[in-house]
Design a protein around this ligand. Sequence first.
Ligand code: GTP
Ligand code: MG
Length: 601
Amino acid sequence: MDICKTLEDMNIVVVGHVDHGKSTVVGRMLADTNSLPEGKLEQVKANCRRNSKPFEYAFLLDALKDEQAQGITIDSARCFFSTEKRNYIIIDAPGHIEFLKNMVTGAARAEAALLVIAADEGVMENSNRHGYLLSMLGIRQVAVVINKMDLVDYSREVYEGIVLEYSRFLKKVNITASSYIPVSGMIGDNIAANSTERMPWYTGMTVLEQLDSFISEGLPADMPFRMPVQDVYKFTMNNDNRRIVAGTVETGRLAVGDSVTFYPSGKRSSVKSIESFNVSPPEQIMAGNSAGFTLTDQIFITRGEIAARSDEKPPEVAARLKTNVFWLGREPFSPGKRYFIKIGTAKVECSLERVGRVMNASNLNSEKKESVERHEVAECILNLKKPVSFDLTDELAATSRFVLIDGYEISGGGIITGAMEDELSDVRHQVMIRNTNWIKSSISREDRAYRYKQRPSLIIITGPRQSGKKTLARELEKVLFQNGELVYFIGMGSVVYGVDADIKNRNKKNREEHIRRAAEIINIMLDSGMILILTAIELTSHEIELIRTIANPPDILTIWTGEKVTTDINAELTFGGNDNKMYVERICRNLADRGIIFKGI
Ligand code: GTP
Ligand code: MG
């Protein structure tokens, strides 16, 4: 026998209408698998005799809870048992709210569920609500346990009636039950052993067999590698050029020589070394550990990206997310308001685009609403200001969770169930391919910044025709140049008649293509370390987003020239007159304040 073999763990949640026998089924499983502490069963039975009340298997759970409550780490709603295949952690679901909170924030995570329905009462309100809840939480492996079969004379008709009724309901919430098991928790039928005598007509699995045939998510270390980037540390002393990418490994493993891709940017490199403080570096880093590694190429990545292995399934990237949100904030979660979403190490501004189904977590009533109130669970579409990288809850739960921040407070949490298209999805995809295939330089962005004494930056000057964009751009370029900066002014016209010579018609679609190409040029020039000034007529906020997506400028300043802003752009500076000297001064001050140029002018 392999004594060292460690069994995998699986969390199972047990839900169902009140008194339908959840605790009895669990108690019976513990007893029939010999998982109770020595003498416990006898002790509880003796207790019952003493108090002249009939013994119940459910009492076993209470007795265990009392015992566990004395320990600090074990929470009272769980109990444990093992089969030959794995260790089970059974969550006898506590109050709805606590349970939900734990599930969405990641304190608890069930991979599968047992939904108990009593045969004598049949499908009740909570049978449906709990089914719905499981669907909201992204738990797709559900077995329906039809309990108290002894009370209906082990009737096949009763069983089949419930199967028919409940499978119709589950279908509506997108769940296909793994099985419908007729049991008697009290007698012990079909829990750990087949009830061939009393229910010869049932040839399916027992509850225990069903548990063992649920598919496990597996050990975190065996899943695809995911490390949200916490920080990139640079060492510049004594010619030490290492840049260490640091974070906590959520899942998977990574070794020296592995190719890693960062998302959402799609930038790629290989692991040169694994770093650790004080101790000698390990060969590989694994799920659950804080880790740091260096790369063979000088690529620019930032906090908030997810590091994945290039040979494994990539995470999703999107700026529109289909989610299930559990709201805790005093103020309702409403469209039109500004929130922040925190997912992994990324923190991005977001808004609520649309609410789908909403369910009240205290009474589990479901309705259609415009916003989400405290203690409600809702299907929500979120719109993010910038794309983020994540996984879907069905695939990798750890990187599918997020929290929502309203002001300074964590006001909700949730899981991502789908990535949705937005206007820039195609462009973003193209950019990712470009970044993955980018031919890297050996000179880093910092090396250039150090040499040129400036950071690359994009200054966009836009506004109506004849509003003085080019004049201002030229004067700004001149002042920066005279100050020793590496600066270049590029007008849209220079792109349109050159790089875009193949585009003849001037229409909206072509305008977008002009901007796309200009943005690709900007991307190259920014990579070279330049401060770039772009002029273009009446850019919209969508067009600025397009430039941002393609060129991904580390820094961008938008300026509107002209008395009236004629698009939906939200410019940082607006210059209505023609006092260019003053405008140039203000721009330079802005650049110095933000550390783009290192010396004042
Ligand atoms: P709550 O935790 O209060 O929601 O109840 P529960 O779903 O955990 O039910 P519990 O296991 O406490 O059982 C409720 C009652 O049903 C108890 O009196 C049990 O003895 C009885 N019961 C449970 N399973 C069976 C069964 O298979 N047959 C019969 N006849 N009674 C059962
Ligand atoms: Mg109970």
